[in-house]
Design a protein around this ligand. Structure first.
Ligand code: PEP
Ligand code: MG
Length: 581
């Protein structure tokens, strides 16, 4: 009698949307610890030659990976492979390996020991960036050992039937070996939202869940598996009830996906003909493809601080320039709003580049524009890069974390300085470049009328505005239930900010997550929000919400909402309203 396998459910981190079911292909861990052998004195030169040959082969392998990623996903993804070349050529690790071989260690064991030392030194650092680098070191040393020993590699490229790959961790080299035709999804033990697997899976638009801790130890090749990349759930050997639930979920998801795709080229326009701007938020230039594919008609927030992650040197003016030029040209004739760096807060730990001491309250500390004032050279470099790029396509500048007029004026003094410098050097830029500010600190929200007089536009950053207004840490799960966009204090603030902007004759945008949830679209439209900037995957959902509403009804609803004193009652009104989308 066939064995009935037990269903098991794993919760991980959702990194690439969609639902898929199929059979597991378990990518087994390779590279068990090599065995130590003492090399006699007279053979040590030969051992060094073995190492040298393997290094050359490994470099060639990584270059092939680079070319493959570059060809399929573009240079920004391919840079991941460059990090591995840097690791391969790391002088400290190389010196350590060579001196061990000279002492009599066999080459593969010396590589294993030297890389192990570095990996161990990263163990105590609870920083995602260092964790990712530690995977890279593991991957490079694994390849190097394989090339020294010339051992056969198990590869995803060998997969010749529809499969869902489960692995402890997928390296960039593993991931590009995907034959899109056959690999339908990923699930890995390691990784977070910014892991390489996540980045590449999103590029391929394959459902993926990472951070599943010990999944790879619990499954076997051939097991049945469902991956829910929307919710971050993986189910192994689902029972018949789960299968039929997921079949229904898949059908709903697929039908919605298809329906949303049809909206791509349609305008974001209400039933009574009011057009709004629907933009996308991005973290890097490659995401412009995804934004355009999903029907965004501009970039409303380019979070440029992501340029500072995963690197050892501060980006140069030239890099800023090239990056923004490329992004804005790709989006042209649509506009690109570039936000100056918002480093600090929860993005502080990623910053090994600046000497910022431990802060007990990083969200209230040296963050964003405050950090730029402390490091004027970094700020000026970025401003010059943005200005230079503005000569090539439509770009606007936006400052984060402005709390009052003095800060806005001080930021503008830097901008003036950057402009003066370029003029002197006879370098072109858009003399009429528009300047806006995020309204994301309660003090700025309360004085939007004052700030608006010296701005060309504002964009509401609800992620921070809600955190600071309600005193709820946006990344603390224990207080997540208090983080409520429908709190009457937030509702009143939003209305005030939008009115203040309009009274000053400027447009009001929103680029916080609230803009990307269709549940809030009617209220925001009713308040007169001019522009919604949302993650690319939400663009068509917000477009659908806008296209299903009459502006006159949205206005009525938002007026009613303003009279309600309790968030729960607002929620009830929204769920009962026929406008709920
Ligand atoms: C916000 O605070 O709403 C926002 C868009 O900025 P970030 O999430 O980058 O802080
Ligand atoms: Mg913010």
């Amino acid at each position: 009698m066939a064995e009935i396998k037990q269903e098991s459910i794993y919760q991980g981190v959702a990194v690439s949307g969609g639902i898929v079911s199929g059979k597991v292909f378990l990518l087994a861990e390779q590279g068990n610890a090599p065995i130590y052998k003492e090399i006699p004195q007279d053979l040590r030169k030969k051992e060094l030659a073995r190492l040298k040959k393997a290094i050359a082969q490994t470099r060639a392998d990584i270059k092939t990976t680079y070319l493959k990623i570059n060809e399929r996903l573009g240079e920004n993804y391919a840079k991941i492979a460059n990090v591995q070349i840097l690791i391969l050529d790391d002088p400290v690790m190389r010196k350590d390996i060579i001196s061990m071989i000279e002492e009599g260690f066999n080459a593969e064991y010396a590589v294993f020991k030297a890389s192990g030392k570095i990996i161990k030194s990263f163990d105590s650092i609870s920083d995602e960036y260092f964790r990712e680098r530690s995977f890279d070191i593991q991957d490079v040393s694994k390849r190097l050992i394989e090339n020294i020993c010339q051992s056969a590699k198990q590869s995803l490229a060998a997969i010749d039937r529809d499969s869902i790959v489960v692995a402890h961790n997928l390296t960039p080299a593993d991931t590009v070996a995907i034959r899109e035709k056959f690999i339908k999804g990923f699930a890995t033990d390691m990784g977070g939202k910014t892991s390489h697997t996540a980045i590449i899976a999103q590029g391929f638009e394959i459902p993926a869940v990472v951070g599943l801790k010990n999944l790879s130890c619990a499954v076997h090749s051939g097991d049945d598996i469902i991956i829910d990349g929307n919710k971050g759930i993986v189910i192994i050997n689902p029972n018949s009830e789960t299968i039929s639930t997921y079949e229904k979920e898949f059908n709903v998801w697929f039908a919605e996906h298809k329906e949303l795709e049809k909206l791509k080229d349609l305008p974001a326009q209400t039933l009574d003909g009011v057009k709004i701007k629907l933009f996308a938020n991005i973290d890097n230039p490659d995401e412009t493809e995804y934004a355009l594919k999903n029907g965004a008609s501009g970039i409303g927030l380019y979070r440029t601080e992501f340029m500072y992650f995963n690197r050892v040197q501060i980006p140069t003016e030239e890099e800023h320039f090239e990056n923004y030029k490329k992004t804005a040209q790709r989006m042209s004739p649509f506009e690109t709003i570039i936000r100056t760096i918002d480093l600090g807060g929860d993005k502080l730990s990623k910053l090994g580049l600046l000497d910022i001491g431990a802060e007990s309250n990083p969200f209230m500390g040296l963050r964003a524009i405050r950090l730029c004032f402390k490091y004027p050279d970094i700020f000026l470099q970025q401003l010059r890069g943005i200005l230079r790029a503005s000569a090539f396509a439509k770009i606007k500048i936006m400052y984060p974390m402005i709390s009052g007029l003095q800060e806005l004026r001080q930021a503008n003094i830097f901008l003036q300085k950057a402009k003066d410098g370029l003029r002197k050097e006879k370098i072109d830029f858009d003399e009429n470049i528009e300047v806006g500010a995020m309204i994301e600190i309660p003090s700025a929200a309360i004085i939007t009328d004052i700030l608006a007089k010296e701005l060309d536009f504002i964009s509401i950053g609800t992620n921070d505005l809600i955190q600071y207004t309600l005193a709820v840490d946006r990344v603390n799960e224990d207080v997540a239930d208090l983080y409520d966009p429908l709190h009457p204090a937030i509702i009143r603030l939003l209305k005030k900010i939008i009115d203040d902007a309009h009274n000053a004759g400027i447009k009001a945008a929103m680029c916080g997550e609230m803009a990307g949830d269709p549940k809030y679209t009617p209220i925001l439209l009713g308040f007169g929000l001019d522009e919604f900037s949302v993650s690319s995957s939400q663009v068509s959902k917000i477009k659908r919400a806008v296209r299903n509403i009459k502006m006159s009804d949205a206005k009525k609803l938002s007026q009613e909402v303003l009279k309600i004193s309790d968030a729960k009652d607002i929620e009830k009104l929204l769920s009962k309203s026929s406008l709920r989308v």
